[in-house]
Design a protein around this ligand. Structure first.
Ligand code: C6P
Length: 412
């Protein structure tokens, strides 16, 4: 990893836009390093929620009154913004869901039901979040299919040669993340997609840890499905998207039945709505989707490249500093990483470190990060994870390192 110099961002000004950052926790200025779990929300996003409920709360796609039309327009505008953001061909390819977990479950339940047969193989990787493991286990149990796993190398990268050896004409689907939430590894998804397509397998990319950090071009990638969670992209919880290629979404059966997803219903026969509404049964999460649009505009206005450069600089700085501390083991040293630093300290439980850092106002995540197989691969129960965002500073990294230094001296 090399430190990229970035002078273009006014971090102080960016920080001012995040009300939650300006508070004391346990008597100290909050240092928020749990961004991979969920990142904080700028004022524009918070204001969009208040504005919707204060001024034009109404159900969408149903009413012809002024409020309903305004709400529908704002909701559909976010779909347009997402389409542009990930370079999809059409708004019909963008399905609003609760987040990445629901997006993957949707594909597993519908694509899995329609296209996976006994003896077929699904390939995932050893870097996956439980959300990209368990739904495929459901499919495999249901369809008597077989789950295969791409192994993880000691540095936290996927073993792509092994992946090649797993591919065969039995492979029907490959599901991997764009970036690992536990180690930060950025996966070579273009290569993975090309290899899978050469074997006529479809590919789902879990973009939970990429949305706010990495460029996403579904068309250039030629990926079949791509999933995002709003709350990891400065947007509200409870919404996100599934991107799917139109021809695939059209072939898939609906996920849930109810209002909005139908064209007509009689007791004898129901016909389904056009894309993407076929997959959006019931009243959706209108307010959060509208505010998600503001989050996308926020990211675009700063520029993903500038965000990534800043986070990379923090990652390089923090990694160098943490390695100078005794008893610390950094887990995950892939060449390409997002701003995630996972580590353990010999003889001190990650949970204890997390608690002692919290006492100093520093928020990190500890535990298995919903990647138990990955923790087992590295022979640990869990790690301490510091994850960076655009509003974090080197001074905050210094506070983390100073806190850790004291904890290690105190405990050892
Ligand atoms: N990871 C973390 O602390 P949801 O909860 O549906 O928005 O996202 C699930 C998910 C799927 N894939 C990856 C790679 C993820 O990182 C996450 C969420 C959080 O790492 C919460 S466990």
């Amino acid at each position: 990893m090399s430190a990229a110099i970035n002078t273009s961002l006014d971090i102080e000004n960016i920080r001012k836009q995040f009300p939650v950052l300006h508070q004391k926790v346990n008597g100290r200025d909050l240092v928020y390093f749990d961004n991979a779990a969920t990142n904080q929300k700028p004022e524009v996003v918070i204001r969009a929620l208040v504005e919707y409920y204060s001024n034009y709360n109404a159900n969408i796609h149903r009413g012809i009154h002024t409020l309903a039309e305004k709400a529908t327009k704002a909701y559909e505008h976010t779909r347009h913004l997402v389409k542009e953001f990930i370079h999809a061909d059409s708004e019909q390819e963008i399905v609003f869901v609760r987040g990445v977990t629901e997006a993957i479950n949707l594909v597993a339940a519908t694509y899995g039901k329609a296209f996976i047969r006994e003896g077929d193989e699904i390939i995932i990787s050893g870097l996956e979040h439980h959300s990209n493991i368990v739904p495929w286990q459901f499919v495999c149990q249901d369809r008597k299919a077989v789950l295969k796993v791409i192994p993880v190398k000691d540095n936290g990268e996927l073993d792509i040669d092994h992946f090649k050896s797993l591919l065969s004409d039995r492979t029907k689907l490959v599901a991997v993340n764009h970036a690992s939430n536990s180690l930060g590894t950025i996966n070579p998804i273009k290569q993975i997609i090309d290899l899978a397509h050469a074997n006529h397998a479809v590919v789902l990319i879990d973009g939970a840890q990429a949305g706010a950090h990495l460029p996403i071009d579904v068309k250039a990638l030629k990926c079949d499905f791509y999933c995002l969670s709003s709350h990891k992209m400065f947007g509200p919880t409870g919404t996100g998207i599934l991107y799917g290629k139109k021809n695939l979404l059209e072939l898939m059966p609906p996920y849930q039945g109810g209002g909005e997803m139908i064209k007509s219903v009689s007791f004898e026969k129901t016909t389904y709505n056009d894309l993407p509404y076929k997959f959006e049964a019931g009243t959706p999460n209108i307010a959060d989707v509208i505010a998600f649009g503001k989050a996308i505009e926020f990211i675009t206005a700063i520029g993903k490249e500038a965000i990534a450069a800043h986070e990379h600089e923090l990652l390089v700085y923090a990694t160098e500093k943490i390695k100078s501390l005794p008893h610390v083991r950094v887990i995950g040293e892939a060449k390409e990483k997002v701003g995630v630093l996972s580590f353990s300290v010999d003889g001190i439980h990650p949970f204890d470190i997390g608690q002692m850092l919290d006492a100093r106002g520093i928020a990190v995540r500890t535990g298995h990060h919903c990647t138990e197989p990955l923790m087992a691969r590295f022979g640990v129960e869990g790690t301490v994870r510091a994850s960076f965002s655009v509003y974090n500073t080197k001074q905050e990294v210094d506070q983390l390192i100073e806190g850790l230094d004291r904890i290690i001296k105190f405990m050892k």
